[in-house]
Design a protein around this ligand. Structure first.
Ligand code: TRP
Length: 352
């Protein structure tokens, strides 16, 4: 099994927040990707067309890739953990089905790497209450009814620990995640300033901006794992067709692509376009008129696009040990990196 030494990375200590995609593709061995998902439900078409395809692209370009299944993050906003273990398995199957290759991409569970949790303590000392309260994700949660857990408040630091522990230098994110990345960079820089004596203890990571198409769920709201409005990657073709048929549209007969004025219809058009490699305008004019016709075209395009992925997923589901083997291999790579990072921080702090 390959292990990756932190010292193989030569990322300069001062970088800008945004990574340059051309540079990543030109020198993939100078970067290490760390990204992740919360195991709150099966991945859906929106994830696939946004983040999952990007991960596979980066992996295939030769960038070392680590994916954390952030099981501890599930309890930031809920106390029920009864479905976490099952969701972890589903996530791993989704990853493999879309083309993440366990020989090149390390998938591990957050809870299996105690060093990440331990690294969070010194990192917490670098973040101020005001910074955390300003973070848009935290702010949005604080605005909801119900109490805000201290884990939710410290979510950005939690995520920083995931990234910094394994020495991730490149984090593919949507622009809504940039504040987390900024907080991670601040944490790394403050550790370096306080304890580094000129040397770099932690490397501030860069964001690789990834545009996720704004697909709506069948209820016209944002497509989301937890809202029950999403087309899961692993759904059957019949369920997919049924879900698409249930999608809200509007009362105009003619099908057009006007995301601002007609968000629901346009999202369906975009879905068909992305799945069939055509432009939304072409899809709209080909359909012509009628929501039922549009939905038939969408269901067909989605099912056709996902067919090989689903076939592969079903094959993997029949292999009983595959998920455990992938998680064990990922852990074997991630944990030594996290242990080395923690040791480096302790040493810089003079604790050892
Ligand atoms: N918070 C991310 C999500 O909700 C998952 C995640 C956990 C993550 N740790 C990360 C993403 C580190 C990027 C980097 O999906």
């Amino acid at each position: 099994m390959t292990t990756f030494a932190a010292s193989t990375l030569t990322t300069p200590s001062t970088t800008s927040l945004l990574a340059d995609r051309a540079d990543v593709l030109e020198a993939p061995d100078r970067y290490r990707v760390l990204t992740g998902d919360r195991p709150t439900g099966p991945l859906h078409l929106g994830h696939y067309l946004g983040t999952l395809r990007e991960r596979v692209r980066l992996q295939d370009a030769g960038v070392q890739t680590f994916v954390v299944i952030a099981d501890y993050q599930v309890v930031t906003d809920r106390s029920d953990t009864s479905e976490v273990a099952a969701n972890v398995r589903e996530l791993v199957l989704d990853y493999l089905a879309v083309g993440l290759d366990p020989l090149r991409t390390s998938v591990f569970r957050h809870s299996a790497v105690p060093e990440i949790g331990q690294l969070m303590l010194p990192l917490l000392s670098t973040a101020t209450l005001a910074e955390l309260q300003r973070n848009p994700t935290v702010k949005a949660e604080a605005g909801h009814a119900g109490p805000l857990s201290a884990l939710m408040l410290t979510y950005p630091v939690h995520q920083a620990a995931d990234i910094l522990a394994v020495g991730g230098t490149l984090v593919p994110v949507g622009d809504d995640q940039l504040p987390h990345l900024e907080q991670t960079r601040v944490a790394a820089r403050r550790v370096n300033e306080r304890y580094g004596r000129g040397a770099s203890v932690l490397t501030p990571p860069q964001a690789l901006l990834t545009e996720a198409p704004r697909l709506l769920g069948t209820d016209g709201q944002k497509m989301s794992k937890s809202r029950g409005n999403a087309i899961a990657l692993g759904a059957s073709e019949d369920d997919t067709a049924r879900l698409v048929r249930s999608a809200v549209t509007d009362s105009e007969r003619e099908i057009t692509y006007e995301p601002q004025r007609r968000p629901e219809v346009s999202s369906l058009v975009l879905m068909a376009a992305l799945c069939s490699g055509r432009t939304p305008q072409d899809v709209a004019s080909e359909v012509g008129s009628g929501a039922a016709r549009l939905k038939a075209v969408v269901a067909e395009a989605v099912n056709e696009h996902l067919r090989p992925i689903r076939a592969r997923r079903r094959e993997l589901e029949r292999q009983p040990d595959v998920v455990d083997a992938v998680l064990a291999a990922g852990l074997e790579r991630a944990r030594p990196l996290a242990a080395a990072t923690l040791a480096r921080v302790h040493e810089a702090m003079g604790l050892t």
